[in-house]
Ligand binder design. Structure first.
Ligand SMILES: [Zn+2]
Length: 387
């Protein structure tokens, strides 16, 4: 880089240069621990298998604001398609390019630099707020050995978690236009129907499993699952794959398989969905099997002090009122919400995440850091002074 950039952009660039494809952390967390320890945070290393998990905590008393983030990134894909190498951070036209710049190394850097401005050699925070930072290197992957695994023991270290601010890229068109106050549940299924293979010219001697699968898929695609709830859009189902055990023009396959995924609102639960689909399948095919992966239940946080602070901070820094919503994929917030925390997600624009040439505007990183700082200050003012 030729000219000096803000501490937020510098730190985001340092993180992008560490190729931390899940479950690798590639040295991101040690760098962040060092920065936080200099501010008086204590570090707790919570590795599980190949996954690095780090909790940094500051303060002994008062309500806790926990910032939740992940240092891992999805693979770069075809590196040749990138204008600059995916793990070589480059700034062009006011944007920082590199894998993880938007999802979500930029927001981690923004939170750390906000803490540095507030805590470095200054008067400290008003009030009595404790601050925690929880980082994992397994959010983009199976998400089993990350926050899900440490959530069980987390409260032993932190005590009750009052507020959880997740740095996932929640913004759509411009920074802060959208914040997440919950997420839909996720349920995947795979249907296998056995038939009898044969020559297409002799269908009487065969049993075509695709002909049984097709009406099932048609019904799945046409079903109106629910109307959603006040906070959640209606449940949706997408068919994600169909295949058979043959690939010939003149052979009736012996087996057919289809995969699908539902993103569901709290109007439904995973068991109810499973029962509906299993009953539908039983109507169409005797020799059918279905396997399920239930990766997330829906969660939502009622409006509370964190949402209030986030809304006010965004308005203060960039003058727009965020739209609270529950769209998007799942996030690790789902493991913290059941612990009783109010969970809100606020991060940069998500338009380029997981794509070739992932990027984030450097101005957005600096504004995000100012917004995080305003959130911390507001919550600290909300927390009673030690008596
Ligand atoms: Zn992410």
């Amino acid at each position: 880089m030729t000219k000096a950039h803000s501490p937020t952009v510098e730190l985001a660039s340092q993180l992008v240069s560490r190729a931390s494809v899940t479950p690798e952390d590639a040295g991101c967390q040690p760098l962040l621990a060092e920065r936080l320890e200099a501010l008086g945070f204590d570090s707790y290393w919570l590795p599980v298998g190949d996954v690095s998990n780090l909790l940094c905590l500051r303060g002994a008393k008062g309500p806790l604001l926990l910032f939740l983030g992940h240092t891992d990134v999805v693979p770069a894909g075809d590196s040749d398609k990138w204008r600059s190498a995916p793990f070589d951070p480059q700034i062009r036209d006011g944007k920082l390019y590199g894998r993880g710049s938007a999802d979500m190394k930029g927001s981690i850097a923004a939170f750390i630099s906000a803490c540095e401005r507030l805590l470095e050699g200054g008067e400290g925070l008003p009030g009595n707020l404790r601050i925690g930072v929880l980082l994992t290197s397994d959010e983009e992957g199976p998400a089993v050995d990350g926050v899900r695994a440490v959530a069980k023991t987390l409260c032993d270290l932190t005590g009750p978690i009052d507020w959880c601010l997740v740095g996932e890229p929640s913004s759509e068109q411009s920074l802060g236009d959208s914040i997440r106050v919950g997420r839909r549940g996720s349920l995947s299924g795979e249907i296998t129907i056995e038939g009898k293979q044969g020559h297409v010219a002799y269908p009487d001697l065969a049993d075509n499993p695709l002909h049984r699968l097709a009406p099932v898929l048609h019904t799945l695609a046409e079903t109106h699952w629910d109307d959603g709830t006040e906070d959640f859009p209606p449940t949706t189902l997408q068919i994600t794959g169909i295949d058979t055990d043959t690939d010939e023009r003149n052979v009736i396959p012996g087996r057919a398989r289809a995969r699908f995924n539902l993103r569901f609102s709290p109007a439904l639960d995973a068991d109810g969905i499973r029962q509906r689909i299993e009953a539908l399948l039983a109507d169409h095919a005797e020799q059918a099997e279905i396997t399920w992966i239930h990766s997330a239940d829906p969660f939502s946080a009622p409006a509370g002090p964190l949402r209030e602070a986030v809304m006010a901070a965004v308005e203060e820094i960039n003058g727009q009122t965020p739209r609270p919503n529950t769209a998007g994929g799942t996030s690790d917030g789902r493991f913290i919400a059941p612990l009783g925390a109010e969970v809100v997600e606020l991060g940069p624009v998500n338009a380029s995440i997981h794509q070739v040439d992932e990027h984030v505007a450097t101005k957005d990183l600096d504004d995000l850091s100012a917004i995080y700082q305003a959130i911390i200050t507001r919550l600290a003012q909300h927390s009673p002074e030690p008596s």
